[in-house]
Every structure is written in C-alpha cells, then in structure tokens.
Design a protein around this ligand. Structure first.
Ligand code: NAI
Ligand code: MG
Length: 357
C-alpha cells in the first residue's frame, strides 16, 4: 500500500515530536512492505509567521489531497497577543471543519509499565484501564443555532442551542459500534435523557442504531454519573459514545487518569475523507526546542492512523508493542519519569521505538 500523508508539525514541540513519529511510520511501512509519501504544510503560528493566516488555502488543499493528516500542535505565547480572528487555534478548528471530522476518538489506555505515574490508587488501576471515548465533534452546543446574546427582562442573557439531528446521532453511534465490535464489544452511550430532549432523541437513535450490532452490548449512563464512574471504577468501560460537550469534558477526564498527557493520541474522522491524527497535548512552549518532549503520544497517533485510516492492524500493533517494549525496559521522558529507570530525551525515545520495531 502507498500512503500519502500530509504533515503539519505546527508550533513549539510540534516539529520535534512529528519528526520522531514520521521516522516510526517510515520504519513500520518498510518492515511491512508499504510506501509512504509525505508533504509538509503550514498551520498555526508557523503559518501566521509565513503567510499571515493560521490556515492557508494551500494547507487545506494539501490535507484534502492526502490519505491522512498528522498534526503536531499549534499555538504559543508568541501569538497570544494577536487578533483573536487569526489565532493559531483558528487553524486547528478550521481544518477540523474543512475536513468534516465529526468523530473524535480518544483512547485512554494505561500502560501497566507506567502504573506508578497514574493518578489513581493502585487497587483501582490494578484492574487495568483501556477505554475508547468516541466524541461527536461537529454538532451539539458548540455549533447549534441560534446562539448569542439577547436581553431578557432588562438584563443581558446569553444562550447556545444543543441540537442533534437523527442522522448526526446515527453516524457517530455507528462509528462507536464498529469500534466496540473490534474491542470488548461493550458500548456505553452517555447522555442526560432524564432532563434534555436532545438526549432523549440521542438515546432513542442510539438504541435503534446499536440494534444492528447484536454482538455489541449497549448500555446507557447519565453524564453526571459517568463522570463519577470514570474515577470510581474505570475498568467497567470499554467504548463510550457521547455528544460534543459531554465528550469534551469526559475525554479529558478519561485521559488524565492514565498518567501523562505526553502519552495520549487521538484521531478525528469524517465520512470517507482524510482523517486527522494528533497527540492530545498542546505545543508545550515551556519545553520546546530542548529535545525533552515525550514523542510517544504522536507515535501512538501514527498507530491510530495505520489502524483507522488504512486498516493496517498488524502494523499498528507493531508500534504499540514497540512502545510497550521501550517502557518495559525502563526508558522514560521527563513527564513520565518518577524516579526509576533511565531518563531520555525526545529523539532518543524516538530512536528506541525505532529499534524496538
Ligand atoms: P500543553 O499541552 O502544551 O502543555 C501542558 C503541560 O504539559 C506543559 O507543562 C507541557 O510541558 C506538558 N506537555 C505537553 N505535552 C508534552 C509532551 N509531549 N511531553 C512532555 N510534556 C508535555 O498545554 P498548554 O500549556 O495549556 O498550552 C500551550 C499552547 O498549546 C497554547 O498556545 C495552547 O493554546 C496550545 N494548545 C494546542 C493544542 C493543539 O494544538 N491541539 C491543544 C492544547 C493546547
Ligand atoms: Mg477539551
């Protein structure tokens, strides 16, 4: 297979971590008889500096022409004082929208090798932790109309609209069912159907859609309880599907219980077009340019790319296994170093993963 990948290294540690991840992609492609072609495009602060725009037309075109997109991170103090209309983050929201990326996949996996770095009690993480949060990304209160400010009884009031159509709910539940089918076959749909009309429709459509996947066990949970259960007993979850705002909150919560933000990858997918893969962390300006960032979140994003954009399961598993091997040998970047093993930098960590592949 030939893979055309658009790279958007972005700002801060972005270029450092993307460099390591691309080496890993090329190594695994070679090992399994595939070829990789890459094109690099500007986004975020780097694009503002070069073109006065966080998302140049050429970048959108390059992403649309690619099979998949790998992003580092955008933003940094250098651009904090510029016009909000052209902030680096606008580039990120813009490309998600331009590519129609309605489903955001965020695995929260605790590597047993990193148990000491987790925030949870050993008796809780001892059960293991491997959750996939599927968050709807282009609907709900973040995009719903009408929205804005008005005057009610003589005082200012503001409002947003949480709205979902049946087709929007169905397509995201379908994504979650397909994923659950390939994992633990358990899907928990999170809503607030005891209060919200939009959630009652969500639940109805979730039940109807999941009925087409008899091998997947569907359950439902109210979002307030789900937030609690994620901490109390995370091992009860396999795949979680939820709407945009609930998913924003729950995916952050689910991810941090695993330890470091430097470990966590993500995928954002649409219907058929190129998907986008990125670490969940930002540009980490405090450690940029020092070769000490953890490249594993970006390397694991490449694993997600192989699995979800290309259906290359063996190749993805080879990366996951290599990361586990390196961690088992005790190598740690600063963010996951808790006094044991050997501290290494960004490029050294990348080289160790390459060797393990
Ligand atoms: P951040 O995720 O960049 O950093 C938070 C903390 O985690 C920092 O102490 C950083 O050093 C550390 N960290 C993050 N990634 C790491 C890695 N791979 N290895 C080791 N340590 C790591 O979030 P922060 O500081 O709030 O934002 C910095 C900039 O990034 C801002 O301009 C923000 O807008 C932007 N940002 C961009 C995102 C994206 O491109 N997707 C997401 C979040 C923030
Ligand atoms: Mg968030």
């Amino acid at each position: 297979m030939n893979m055309n990948i658009c790279l958007m290294p972005g700002d801060g540690i972005g270029p450092e971590i993307v460099t390591q991840a691309v080496k890993v992609l090329e190594k695994v492609a070679k090992k399994f008889g595939h070829t990789v072609q890459t094109e690099t495009a500007l986004i975020g602060g780097a694009a503002i500096d070069a073109a006065g725009n966080p998302l140049p037309e050429a970048t959108v075109a390059a992403c649309k022409a690619a099979d998949a997109v790998l992003l580092g991170a955008v933003g940094g103090p250098k651009w904090d004082t510029i016009d909000p209309a052209i902030r680096p983050e606008k580039g990120l929201l813009g490309i998600r929208k331009a590519l129609g990326l309605f489903s955001n996949l965020r695995p929260a996996v605790l590597f047993p090798e990193l148990a000491a770095a987790s925030y949870l009690r050993p008796d809780i993480i001892g059960q293991g932790l491997d959750i996939m949060v599927v968050r709807e990304l282009t609907g709900g209160a973040y995009f719903g109309e009408p929205r804005g400010e008005t005057v009610v009884n003589g005082e200012r009031a503001a409002f947003n609209t949480m709205i979902y159509s049946e087709s929007e709910i169905e397509r995201i539940v379908r994504v979650a069912c397909e994923i659950a089918r390939k994992r633990g076959k358990k899907l928990c749909s999170v809503d607030k159907a005891n209060v919200l009309d939009v959630s009652r429709l969500w639940r109805e459509v979730a039940i109807r859609t999941a009925a087409e996947y008899p091998d997947v066990a569907l359950s439902h949970m109210y979002v307030d309880n789900a937030a609690m259960q994620l901490i109390r007993d995370p091992s009860q979850f396999d795949v979680i599907v939820t709407e945009n705002l609930f998913g924003d909150i729950l995916s952050d919560e689910a991810s941090i219980i695993t330890g470091s933000i430097g470990m966590l990858p993500s995928a954002s997918m649409g219907s058929g077009g190129p998907a986008l893969f990125e670490p969940i962390h930002g540009s980490a300006p405090d450690i940029a340019g020092q070769d000490i960032a953890n490249p594993l979140a970006t390397i694991l994003s490449v694993s997600m790319m192989l699995r979800f954009a290309f259906g290359l399961e063996k190749e993805a598993a080879a990366i996951d296994a290599a990361v586990k091997t390196v961690l088992a040998k005790g190598y740690r970047t600063g963010d996951i170093y808790v006094g044991e093993g050997e501290k290494v930098g960004c490029s050294a960590m990348g080289a160790l993963v390459l060797d393990a592949i």
